[in-house]
Every structure is written in C-alpha cells, then in structure tokens.
Design a protein around this ligand. Structure first.
Ligand SMILES: Nc1nc(=O)c2c([nH]1)NC[C@@H]1CN(c3ccc(C(=O)N[C@@H](CCC(=O)O)C(=O)O)cc3)C=[N+]21
Length: 283
C-alpha cells in the first residue's frame, strides 16, 4: 500500500478562500474581525510563527496586530496588557504566543484572557466546554487535525485512535475531540511501556512527541491513518516531523507531511476561531 498524502497547505488555501468570502460579508456589515497577537521576547521561531499568523489573517481580510514585549516583561505587566485587550471591543481574538519566559506562569496568563476572545482555545472554561461537548473555541492544532480527517471523509466513529503525546495544547485535546466523535482513544506518552503494541492497533495514529523519526512502518498497522504533528528544525535548517515519512508511506492509507501538513491547518483554525469570536457566537 502507498499512502495518500493529506496536503494541509492546499486544504488551508481552500478554506482561507471560503473564509475570505465570509469576512468580506462581515466587513460590509461593518464588522472587521480583529486578532491581536502578543509576542514576548526574541525567539526567532516564535517570531516566524507569529508573522505567519499575521500574513494568513491579512489573506482572509482579518485585521491583526502584533504587540511586542521585551523578554524581561513581568507577569503583572503582561496581565495588564491582556486586561486592556479584554476590554477593547474592537479586539475579537487574543493570542499570547508560547513559550513564555520563566518569570511568567503560563496558566496565569491563559486564565486572564476573556474566554470569548481565547482564539487558542486554551482557557480552562473552553477546555471544559470541549470536554463536555459544548460549542466553543477549540484548540487550533487539534481542530485542524479533525478538519483534515473530515476533508477526506475518514470515518472516526468506532475507530481506535492512538495519540502519542499528552500536552495540554495537542495530545490531550486531540484525543478528546476524537472521543467526542466516538473514537476509542488510547493515550501513549514517555512512561508508556508497550508503545509498539499499542500503536500497531491504531486505525488513526496521532504523533505529537517533538522528536524526529520516532515512528516508522514497524509501529503502523497496514491501512492506518497517520497524523504527524511534529515540527522539528534540523541542523541544516530543514523541517521534519516526528514520523519517518518514507517508511510510514508504505504502511499507511493516509498520511500528513511536514511541512505542509498540520502546521498550516493550525493557522487556518486560528482564523476560523477569530471569525467565530468576532461574530459573538461564544457565550
Ligand atoms: N499561543 C500559541 N498558539 C499556537 O498556535 C502556537 C504557539 N503558541 N506556539 C508555537 C506553536 C507552533 N505553531 C505552529 C503554527 C504553524 C506552523 C506552520 O505553519 N508550519 C509550516 C512551516 C512553517 C515554516 O517553514 O517555518 C508547515 O508545517 O508547513 C507551525 C507551527 C503554533 N503554535
């Protein structure tokens, strides 16, 4: 079997065209969706991601701004910035780029964001709504992954989904979204003892480890759907996922590449959430 590649870049282009139409209509009603991104410090990867988000916003007509704060900013000062944005009616979405410097406790920042403006879907209220199956702003990477599966009409109900990774921003919520669509979900992580035994049972395998080449054909059941969430920058500057793509191609039915896979879909979800927040759909 040779897997079909799910091209996230192409899918995101198509979805951005649809969103542009919707934003054009909103603009005619004098509603200009606005995203504010807060960037702390000078991490080049963060800067590059933030620029990608701004560029994508412009493509669909969402207005966006980047607030840059120094690496030395205090938690109090950052909370102050968030408070102002919470109270600014023209700001519909607030995203604080992670990671943050160590003097700042991430949970304090996330909890300070108005849940209705939490376009990352990281606020505990939004996580709780997601867990209880209520409509809300969903975490961008997991939502992007579900959109990729839906785009290929890949059925989720009754399937065994194995998620490797248990971060709050990817592993845990992607498992929850798959469960919400009636998958049987297994979480694996660094303390899992029989990883290969478990991954070989997966109909849908989501790999969010953060290390290159941790999964190859030996870990994959024939015909499985393989979703690679890894973004690893190698020494020569190239990007690679967590999955050995060439090897996995031989076993999977569908596979997502890196780059041009999950990454662009994360940004597409952010735009979707910003439009949803602007429309005031989140109570
Ligand atoms: N508050 C917050 N929200 C985030 O959503 C968030 C974050 N912090 N911190 C960092 C991670 C990472 N992330 C990516 C988004 C797009 C690509 C992406 O578009 N990647 C392209 C390649 C881009 C390139 O060449 O550098 C691709 O995979 O094809 C990657 C990574 C969002 N994150």
């Amino acid at each position: 079997m040779v897997a079909e590649v799910i091209n996230g870049k192409e899918l995101s282009t198509k979805l951005k065209e649809e969103m542009k139409q919707e934003v054009d209509l909103l603009r005619k009603q004098n509603l200009v969706p606005h995203l504010t991104v807060v960037l702390v410090g000078n991490n080049p990867a963060s800067r590059s991601y933030v620029n990608g988000k701004k560029r994508a916003s412009e493509e669909v007509g969402i207005s966006s701004e980047i607030i840059e704060l120094p690496e030395t900013v205090s938690e109090e000062e950052l909370l102050d910035v968030i408070d102002k944005l919470n109270n600014e009616d023209a700001v519909h979405g607030i995203l604080v780029q992670l990671p943050l410097p160590k003097q700042i406790t991430v949970a304090h920042i996330i909890e300070a964001i108005d849940p209705r403006k939490d376009v990352d879907g990281f606020h505990p209220i939004n996580i709780g709504k997601m867990m209880t199956g209520q409509d809300t702003l969903l975490p961008c990477t997991p939502y992007g992954i579900l959109t990729m599966l839906h785009s290929k009409n890949i059925s989720i109900e009754g399937k065994h989904a194995v998620v490797i990774g248990r971060s709050n921003i990817v592993g845990k919520p992607v498992g929850q979204l798959l469960l919400n669509e009636n998958a049987t979900v297994t979480y694996c992580h660094s303390r899992t003892k029989n990883l290969k035994e478990l991954t070989k049972q997966a109909d849908i395998l989501v790999v969010a480890v953060g290390r290159p080449n941790v999964i190859n054909e030996e870990y994959i059941k024939s015909g499985a759907v393989v979703i690679d969430v890894g973004i690893n920058r190698l020494e020569d500057g190239t990007l690679t996922g967590d999955v050995d793509f060439q090897s996995a191609m031989k076993k999977a039915s569908y596979i997502t590449p890196v780059p041009r896979g999950v990454g662009p879909m994360t940004i597409t979800s952010l735009l979707h959430n910003t439009i949803k927040a602007a429309k005031g759909l989140i109570k």
